[in-house]
Design a protein. Sequence first.
Length: 235
Amino acid sequence: MTMKNVIRVDDVVKTYPVAAGEFVAVDHVSLEIPEGDFVAIVGRSGSGKTTLLNMLAGIDRPTSGTIHAAGAELGSLSESGLAAWRGDNVGLVFQFFQLLPTLTVVENVLLAMDFVKKIPVSERNDRAHMLLDRVGIGAQADKLPSTLSGGQQQRAAIARALANDPPLILADEPTGNLDSQTADAVLSLFTELNNEGRTVVVVTHERDIQAITKTQITLQDGRIFASDAMTVVQP
Ligand code: ADP
Ligand code: MG
């Protein structure tokens, strides 16, 4: 039985127009991520990590090359097609949480369900509370995000990412704004999500995350500088 890839990136380039011409942020990157992997994308600031992750999420499009993710060739989808694909398949977590400040924590989770319409309406409220309990902030459900600690806000963002039960979790420096103890607790949530079968890709420049992931991909100047992906992908 061959392992199924949840992500395949073929010869992807991303350039940005700058005063001097074109800046190459991602430079001919190819990689495969099998279902169930737990991947850290590491590298210095400016190495192209966010640019690559945003393309995996269909937030940004490659200048050239193709990306297959969660059963779709992303380049073939329209903007609304990408939004629908993302809603069904991807849970996103950001460094600065990006919760809607005027909604309560539970409303933030419910909004993600309303937007995607995958979870039956009658189940949404119970599911939102179950997810908040699961990430350890059930008691904060009716509070506004600004009244929560950074770690609690990131837990809320993880609950929101899980709202529609996505097979793929993509996170961009999810612990970058947290103290180390809080960061460890958040990282163990990602480990749990991976243990239950979700594919998890975490962008980070932190060493501690590399200890718990299965695969590391190191970017340098937009290129894959090192990867142990091939060594861990065994039938
Ligand atoms: P990382 O997440 O590893 O810090 P990024 O993917 O954010 O790196 O950025 C990679 C490179 O691309 C950086 O040099 C950055 O300045 C440049 N870059 C990112 N976004 C843009 C943009 N919109 N326009 C021009 N350059 C950009
Ligand atoms: Mg970044």
